[in-house]
Design a protein. Structure first.
Ligand code: ACO
Length: 326
């Protein structure tokens, strides 16, 4: 049976680090509050003039090198991002040029923090149906330049970064076993950026009247996130005939350790099976899961045959899960 397998991962975090202590100087917050409520200790911040495609291209080069695949072999690039360099063209096209993947088609996919799970689901369908053999999935986001530092509820949560995975079809037991996606557009206003899109264009005439910051209902999102994470995990487990005890490593979207541990408790997952790296990266939106997978590989926490559960939730609202045999 043909399955879609991740044959290489890579990540890139911009070098500049902003610690919680640094944030204390920018907004009314404390290291203790941030760590208690989110588990975050620091985040990486891209310099002005750097775009999401710059981070994504570096992560992609590392993923290709780790997979032993040349850019020429890539047939499609899907970049999950909600912070593309430009409104158009896509970050995926810019990445295609930067890595020299001349034969690849390229497009962006915006499912916010669920972007990587959405993109892997699309790539899996295209590979198993025989449309493409080798697909590069990139998650890349730069959120820190969208934050208003005085809005402390959102200022402390996000960081910049990119992760990438090379996916190929392979006969056998390893690879994606099942995927599950969901969305709730009626709740879009629990987390959104009002200005800068087609509805409220930023221009000289209206700049004084626009709210340029992110709007977030933190508590409501928290509850929805826990419910959606559990729903997504349970659905994909049911589809594969597995139980939570069959999971070797749980790699959740890194939004908040309180969300992650609440979900784990409800699902009955012991802490040693949960991968957490939010302390050093914060929430890098579509990049959290591929960065976490790459960390897990580098730390020797993933071995051939391990059953890995990816679960994500984000703006949209969107959520999803992937069950795979590594
Ligand atoms: N530093 C210090 N105090 C703060 C900060 C801050 N950064 N932010 C809020 N507070 C204060 C509030 O003003 C409030 O003070 P008050 O009691 O005097 O009114 C107090 O802390 C509690 O505020 P709440 O909003 O009720 O705090 P809560 O316990 O809900 O934690 C948080 C807030 C961390 C945002 C939480 O709601 C959360 O994690 N929500 C999910 C948000 C999220 O992850 N968004 C990312 C995208 S979605 C995703 O990726 C899943």
């Amino acid at each position: 049976m043909l399955r879609t397998r991740i044959v290489g991962t890579g990540q890139y975090l911009p070098p500049r680090i902003l610690t919680n202590a640094d944030l204390e100087k920018l907004t009314d917050t404390t290291d203790e509050w941030i760590q208690q409520r989110t588990g975050i200790k620091q985040r990486h911040v891209a310099d002005p003039g750097v775009g999401s495609s710059d981070l994504g291209a570096e992560a992609a080069k590392r993923a290709l090198a780790n997979a032993g695949i040349s850019p020429d072999q890539v047939e499609l690039i899907i970049c999950s991002t909600m912070t593309s360099d430009y409104l158009f063209p896509s970050a995926a096209c810019l990445i295609q040029d930067k890595i020299g993947a001349k034969r690849a088609a390229a497009y962006d996919l915006n499912a916010a923090c669920s972007g990587f799970v959405y993109a892997v689901t699309m790539a899996d369908a295209l590979i198993r149906s025989g449309v493409h053999k080798t697909i590069l999935v990139v998650g890349a986001d730069i959120m820190t330049n969208r934050l208003s530092w005085e809005k402390r509820d959102t200022a402390v949560l996000f960081g910049d970064g990119a992760g990438a995975a090379v996916l190929q079809g392979e006969e056998g037991e390893r690879g994606v076993l099942s995927t599950y996606l969901g969305a709730d557009g009626a709740s879009y206003d629990l987390l959104y950026l009002p200005a800068g899109g087609s509805k409220h264009v930023i221009c000289c005439e209206n700049i004084d009247n626009l709210d340029l910051g992110i709007v977030m209902s933190g508590r409501e999102l928290f509850k929805k996130a826990v419910a959606a994470f559990c729903d997504a995990a349970e659905n994909v487990l049911r589809a594969t005939g597995m139980t939570i005890d069959d999971v070797d490593l749980f790699v959740p979207h890194q939004a908040n350790t309180r969300i992650i541990f609440s979900v784990a408790e409800r699902l009955g997952l012991p802490r040693e099976k949960i991968f957490v790296n939010i302390d050093r990266t914060a929430n890098t939106v579509a990049a959290t899961i591929p960065i976490a997978l790459d960390d897990a590989v580098q730390q020797g926490r993933l071995k051939a045959g391990d059953r890995v559960l990816l679960v994500a939730f984000g703006a949209g609202l969107t959520w999803g899960s992937v069950m795979m045999r590594w």
